[in-house]
Design a protein around this ligand. Structure first.
Ligand code: 3HC
Length: 301
């Protein structure tokens, strides 16, 4: 079934090679998803060999886990491993039909990335952004082909969560949008077309909830009490655990974007900013025990 507002599927272009800019955790999840579902070469790029090796390594390790769990055959595992590669230069994108960026959440960084990518790709290549909250329209401004830019917002963990927000910027063309929807369907995602508004739809709802839970903790409710109080809401994981999964820096970034757009509705948290500045990955340690130093930050320490 055609998603509401999606252009005619006949306008979609085939995707025979994918480029991923960035080799962080989100990028490596995306690289694997594209390789697994599209069965096409996926080339990742990053600024240095170490980061690149780590990102490709994450994707390859996940292929190993899928094989060990019996989710994929040894043959498929070998094919996927060969499909996901890394390159330090964006020349590798020359024959890509779709390039997705998953770099630092900063408009100037993303714009610079797209401007550079545009020098290396064909005029038809779709440029997708996995931004959590930034304007797709603004990101496309200044490019030679702004009509090729589309928002492709995945949720963490990418392999598991079924929703994909497809964002139409003011100048996004029907071909790029149709290609995004056709690709999203091949990725087995449930695609929705959303407006290019701050944080789109899901993060607006989610971050409102997280911002209020954080505010309750900032006001003195202990973290574990706030989490227990939120349990009847039926979230798949407690709010602070979710924030650890998303990453406090991303949560703060989306919060700041939403605060700027809707100041009365999205309170900012000094403590969340302090947590990010501390470099901690969250308020829980990997074994899901509270990290006393993070608790201290929220207790005003
Ligand atoms: N990567 C890959 N696969 C993962 C994974 C990960 N990080 N985490 C879990 N999985 C897989 C498991 O391997 C398992 O697969 P299997 O069935 O093949 O064995 C399957 O998911 C279920 O995992 P579990 O049984 O261990 O755990 P749960 O049933 O508790 O589910 C969860 C785990 C799917 C992570 C669930 O807790 C959940 O949905 N949490 C909420 C996540 C969420 O809300 N994400 C959205 C964040 S917002 C965002 O990303 C947007 C951004 O812009 C900020």
């Amino acid at each position: 079934k055609k998603p509401a507002g999606a252009p005619d599927a006949a306008l979609a272009r085939p995707v025979t090679k994918v480029g991923v800019v960035g080799a962080g955790l989100m990028a490596s999840q995306l690289a694997l998803l594209f390789a697994r579902r599209l069965e096409v070469p996926v080339v990742m790029t990053d600024l240095d060999q170490e980061r690149l090796d780590r990102g490709v390594g994450h994707a390859h390790a996940e292929i190993g886990r899928l094989l060990a769990k019996g989710r994929i055959s040894p043959d498929k595992a070998n094919r996927l491993t060969a499909l996901v590669t890394g390159s330090l230069t964006k020349d590798a994108f020359a024959d890509a039909d779709l390039v997705i960026e998953a770099v630092f959440e900063e408009m100037s960084v993303k714009r610079a990335v797209f401007a550079e990518v545009e020098e290396h790709v064909s005029a038809e290549c779709v440029l997708a952004t996995n931004t959590s909250s930034l304007s797709v329209t603004e990101m496309a401004a200044g490019l030679r082909h702004p009509e090729r830019v589309v928002g492709f917002h995945f949720f963490n963990p990418v392999a598991v969560l079924p929703l994909l927000e497809v964002v139409r910027g003011e100048r996004t063309g029907d071909e790029a949008l149709a290609t995004a929807f056709a690709t999203g369907r091949t990725l087995k995602k449930s695609c929705v077309l959303v407006k290019d508004a701050p944080a789109f739809v899901v993060n607006r709802v989610l971050l409102r909830l997280l911002a209020e839970i954080v505010a309750a903790v900032d006001e003195g409710t202990p973290i574990e009490v706030a989490e227990r109080a939120a349990a009847p809401l039926g979230l798949p994981m407690p709010p602070f655990v979710l924030m650890g999964l998303v990453g406090p820096a991303i949560a703060l970034h989306v919060n700041e974007t939403l605060h700027a757009a809707f100041p009365g509705r999205f309170p900012l948290s000094d403590n969340l900013a302090k947590l990010v500045a501390s470099g901690k990955p969250g308020v829980y340690r990997p074994d899901l025990t509270l990290d006393p130093e993070a608790v201290e930050i929220f207790a005003g320490g």
